[in-house]
Design a protein around this ligand. Structure first.
Ligand SMILES: Cc1cc2nc3c(=O)[nH]c(=O)nc-3n(C[C@H](O)[C@H](O)[C@H](O)COP(=O)(O)O)c2cc1C
Length: 187
């Protein structure tokens, strides 16, 4: 699948098969993050890959805030996490860098059949010492990874952004239409 098709087909996955992800695929995700654009090429981001102490992360994130039925049962949790951290001494507001690096991770994973959930809802103060993260680093985002055990699709936006399960149990994610977000020449 080309990049555009990957982007169009990507949806957040929150229920995962309990199958191990080959280490090389995880390393490809991190390498894609490493090569992402970075403001002034300062490269403040580093990554913690977690495949063993999974509950350590899971216990400090919040999945599917809009609808818990969309989130994982005990045997559907992510089988790997990438925690994105930033070195405050290099850049203490690296939000654009984070977004670009995370999208690289997500698309590289998807190309390999791996689903992902970006998580901004993280108990950062609690998780930081547990992951032995030095004081001069911030936790930016966590990404849960695994092979999908859930289908998700784009749905028409009808005034509510909340995702929902349809009658077939498929996750529907309302997206604003191109016509609603696009301006030509001027606003
Ligand atoms: C910065 C950011 C933070 C997010 N944080 C969470 C989160 O804490 N928990 C969660 O379940 N999903 C989280 N998501 C996933 C969004 O809910 C999801 O992208 C959105 O509902 C649109 O669905 P889609 O990714 O399938 O297009 C986050 C996404 C982004 C970009």
């Amino acid at each position: 699948m080309g990049v555009y098709d990957l982007i169009c087909n990507r949806r957040t996955i929150r229920k995962f098969l309990q199958e191990r992800i080959p280490k090389n695929d995880l390393l490809a995700c991190l390498n894609a993050a490493r090569l992402a654009p970075s403001s002034r090429n300062r490269q403040p981001l580093e990554y913690i890959l977690i495949v063993k102490n999974l509950d350590l992360v899971f216990n400090h994130v919040s999945i599917a805030g809009y609808n818990s039925a969309v989130g994982p049962l005990d045997d559907e949790k992510p089988v790997a996490y990438i925690v994105v951290i930033s070195n405050k001494d290099i850049n203490d507001h690296p939000r654009y860098d984070v977004g670009l690096a995370v999208e690289n991770i997500v698309l590289t994973a998807l190309e390999r059949g791996i689903g992902s959930c970006i998580m901004g809802s993280v108990e950062r103060e609690e998780l930081k010492p547990k992951l032995k993260i030095p004081e001069n680093y911030n936790i930016e985002l966590a990404i849960g990874l695994g092979y999908p055990k859930q289908k998700s699709q784009e749905a028409k936006y009808k005034g509510d952004v909340k995702y929902y399960l349809n009658e077939d149990g498929v996750l529907n994610v309302p997206k604003r239409s191109l016509k609603d977000i696009m301006h030509e020449e001027v606003f």
